[in-house]
Design a protein around this ligand. Sequence first.
Ligand code: NDP
Ligand code: 13P
Length: 334
Amino acid sequence: MDQIIKIAVIGGGSWATANIKMLSDNHSPKEIFWWMRDKENIQYIKTYKHNASYLSSVEIKVPTENISNDLNDIVSKCEIILLNIPAAFLKNALSCLSPSSFKGKKVISAIKGFVPEYNMIVGEYINKTFEVPFEDIIVLSGPCHAEEVALEKLSYLTVASPNCELATQFAALINTRYIKTNISDDIYGTEYAAVLKNIYAVASGICHGVGYGDNFQSVLISNAIREISRFVDIVHPIDRDIKESAYLGDLLVTAYSQFSRNRTFGNMIGKGYNVRSAQLEMNMVAEGYYASKSLHYINKQFKVKMPICRAVYAILYEGHSPSIEMKLLADQLS
Ligand SMILES: NC(=O)C1=CN([C@@H]2O[C@H](COP(=O)(O)OP(=O)(O)OC[C@H]3O[C@@H](n4cnc5c(N)ncnc54)[C@H](OP(=O)(O)O)[C@@H]3O)[C@@H](O)[C@H]2O)C=CC1
Ligand SMILES: O=C(CO)COP(=O)(O)O
């Protein structure tokens, strides 16, 4: 990487805003660019130095001329592209780009979802569609909620890439007083686990919504980590310790945190909201809703035993009653 690295953050939501804060608070020389789709939001940020819609307390220090809704322009100016758009909207958002747009660039995905059009994790999608070699791809994972980054609460991030040198260089751009990083070469396992845990956080919210307590919750989550372990060991079998923060930690923070979008969404479903009303009420994206559908198709191939994911799919996509489905699920847990 050069002395002054140009880095583009793509997306305008909570996690993009938190990533802007980490990059800005880190003192390694760099120039930050920011793309988001909404022109009004851009104008607000340029005027008031805060993102009106997400983490509005965070002071935005990106130069105003570097914030734009012209994706081609922003990507062409930068060597590092940090993707932060929810997976369901990624293909559409990147449709103006081609493999030549990404030539020679390093791509970091901070997204935790499957690209629904292909039922693929984002790293794989970037590799297949834009021909970015895996050696130039990083997955940035948790456990970490944007809201706690805004509060500068001590947080750990996982930086996963088959290219550990690149991962280490990127980590040096985001480490701060309140951000510590773990480097991993398990790019597949880290990404799959991060996507799956959103489905379990939805399950966790549903259970809470229908009235289960902490005792059942702990059983649900200990079964969830076994499901994750079974799945990633089949899809990408390497020697990994599923108890590490990238896997178990990310599951725990999402399943238990008051800040979790997925848990909040699940809680509303458990309380009787339909999917559309829950989504409208939240005004943020619960990736687990979309991931549940993609996983249903992906697992037709792998046939991994995943009763919790199966129950969430039945509730969200087959109209099953949350309370009956959770009762049936409870009989399968141990
Ligand atoms: N928030 C967190 O703590 C963490 C999030 N992540 C991951 O980061 C990714 C981004 O999530 P996050 O920042 O939390 O999202 P938020 O829920 O905070 O924001 C939603 C984002 O999605 C955009 N969006 C909503 N609807 C559409 C649409 N129809 N087309 C295009 N864009 C749309 C919004 O744009 P607009 O404002 O213009 O409507 C906004 O940028 C997700 O994959 C998430 O799992 C990973 C780790 C932590
Ligand atoms: O991935 C996250 C924490 O690591 C964020 O989870 P939620 O989208 O459920 O808030």
